[in-house]
Design a protein. Structure first.
Ligand SMILES: Nc1nc2c(c(=O)[nH]1)N[C@H]1C(S)=C(S)[C@@H](COP(=O)(O)OP(=O)(O)OC[C@H]3O[C@@H](n4cnc5c(N)ncnc54)[C@H](O)[C@@H]3O)O[C@H]1N2
Ligand code: MOO
Length: 492
């Protein structure tokens, strides 16, 4: 590859110079990276050097490398309180009859035989013609044959003392044998399967498991993800002053992590010092208030993927004895994405600090990693007909948030690496190959974790032959529109 520093002729409408990522390819290919890196803190940069001369993965390679880097997290027991949404790995079986004792379905009297009944102490064994007070849910005493509801009973008196008699609102024949008694085993018998393995646990499943006496259930593994957000210029509240930037990761990453199948286990904010970076990555089980006390499977860092004096990610990984799996992806934005594995098995996913770049890196590297850790297939890439011509940009894939208009994708505006506006309005992301896209040609695209699915290919929508989706090749119905269409004015 040759060094490229030119600006992009195919930049979609509305993207400015911020998009140009100056030096991103030149840096890697010029062979001067070591000198750049070594000047920052002499003597300490050594461990990271060996990683500097490899070529960035292509977009497709990066996805595959992330998917291949891990194996599914084995199943394990999880407390009911955090098992919602988890996939059950072992049947939930009735440990005993459910209910496990006969109980009253009404407030009233447990009775034996026919009335009138002599009242005795609650809970006492009932001889024929005896009754004892009982509340709904109460254990039926030995000898109890039926429950007489309070409103069907009257207290009277005979020669020998107080008696309970049928009266009040009693229906004819009340109480029949067994009336208002919930028998043991009515819901399930010991050994019955209550919830089958493979089910995604809903709140009622959790309640059922609790009813059956479970404290934990055996569920499929899912990655526990911890966030380390870096940057001393990042503020969490208010309108940022010049030189400051409002944090865009705190508000979105926990949700996106969950949507991608991770368990968000807290976040930590650090400044730009190497010591803070190292401490954050060394910390296996961080003390995170209200988060499950579990070691992280994946640590996501934001910022610090570049190679300036404050970009400590690679160095900290090297010092901890970790290995780089992905060190840069030939894509934009999100080019400096890093995936590393630490000796204790934790993965470190280094997202660039630029907000859109970070989300594209998460979609490219994080989504496949989370999928494999969570027992799922590689996330889908479909195709969508392109509503505009996109020129070539040799050597790199461009990820472009798009809006769908009349079934065709048009790159959204406001998609500079530091922007969120384009992504916020997007229907999905185009994966524009280095050689560009012709008008109407099916272009690979992926759905956003929160967005609509990519629509299935429509008959007649595609003029050019799709490269990766045979279903689109059905030339029938309406022809595609001719000529370039610039819908940018309609796009938010
Ligand atoms: N000389 C070069 N400079 C840069 C290159 C390059 O190749 N040579 N690459 C550019 C590209 S591409 C990207 S992407 C970024 C990568 O930056 P880092 O991962 O090192 O992140 P920072 O430098 O810490 O921050 C970059 C940018 O992002 C903002 N940021 C950080 N955290 C947040 C947050 N929580 N919310 C919102 N914005 C955040 C930060 O303020 C910076 O503006 O490097 C380029 N530079
Ligand atoms: O544009 Mo950088 O590629 O923001 O990741």
């Amino acid at each position: 590859m040759t060094a490229e520093t030119r600006s992009d002729p195919a930049a979609p409408p509305g993207t400015g110079p911020e998009d140009a990522c100056p030096g991103e390819t030149a840096r890697e290919e010029s062979g001067t990276a070591d000198a750049e890196f070594g000047t920052t803190e002499p003597g300490e940069a050594e461990p990271g050097r060996s990683h500097h001369h490899h070529l960035a993965h292509t977009w497709e390679e990066a996805r595959q490398a992330a998917y291949d880097a891990a194996t599914p997290i084995p199943p394990g027991p999880v407390a009911l309180s955090i098992a919602l949404g988890r996939k059950l790995d072992q049947d939930i079986v009735a440990l005993q009859d459910m209910p496990h004792y006969a109980s009253s379905a009404m407030d009233g009297w447990a009775v034996n035989g026919s009335g009138p009944w002599i009242p005795v102490e609650p809970g006492a064994r009932l001889a024929p013609h005896q009754a004892s007070p009982i509340a709904t849910g109460g254990l039926i005493p030995v000898g109890g044959k039926a429950v007489l509801r309070t409103e069907s009973a009257v207290l009277g008196q005979d020669d020998e003392g107080p008696v309970v008699m049928v009266g009040g609102k009693a229906r004819p024949g009340e109480p029949r044998a067994g009336e208002h008694i919930r028998k043991a085993g009515e819901e399930a018998l010991e050994g019955d399967i209550l919830v089958k393995a493979g089910v995604e646990l809903n709140p009622a499943h959790l309640a059922l498991a609790a009813l059956a006496g479970y404290d934990e259930v055996q569920v499929q593994g899912k990655p526990v993800v911890r966030l380390v957000l870096t940057g001393s210029e990042v503020v969490e509240r208010g309108t940022p002053a010049p030189g400051q930037v409002r944090d865009t990761f705190g508000p979105q990453l926990p949700a996106v992590v969950a949507m991608l199948g991770g368990i968000h286990a807290g976040q930590q904010r650090i400044g730009d010092s190497y010591a803070e970076w190292l401490a954050a990555l060394e910390d296996v089980v961080p003390e995170v208030p209200e988060a499950p006390d579990l070691p992280a499977d994946v640590v996501i860092t934001t910022g610090g993927t570049g190679r300036s004096g404050t970009d400590h990610l690679r160095r900290a990984v090297a010092e901890l004895g970790g290995r780089l799996i992905i060190d840069g992806v030939a894509m934009r934005p999100g080019h400096p994405a890093v995936l590393a594995e630490l000796p204790d098995g934790r993965f470190v996913l280094g997202l660039p600090g630029n907000p859109l770049a970070a989300m594209m890196a998460l979609s490219t590297v994080g989504a496949p990693l989370f999928a494999v850790l969570g027992h799922r297939a590689m996330p889908d890439v479909q195709t969508v007909p392109c509503g505009t011509m996109i020129e070539a940009d040799p050597g790199r894939t461009r990820l472009m948030p798009f809006r769908l208009l009349y079934g065709m994708a048009s790159p959204a505006q406001h998609t500079g690496p530091g922007m969120m506006r384009g992504l916020a309005a997007a229907d999905g992301v185009l994966v524009v190959p280095p050689h560009g896209v012709q008008l109407g040609e099916p272009v690979p695209a992926f759905a956003l974790p929160w967005g609509p699915p990519i629509p299935p290919p429509k008959e007649g929508a595609a003029k050019a032959k799709p490269r990766s989706n045979a279903r689109a090749a059905q030339p029938k119905g309406k022809p595609a529109s001719n000529g370039p269409v610039d819908w940018s004015a309609l796009l938010g």
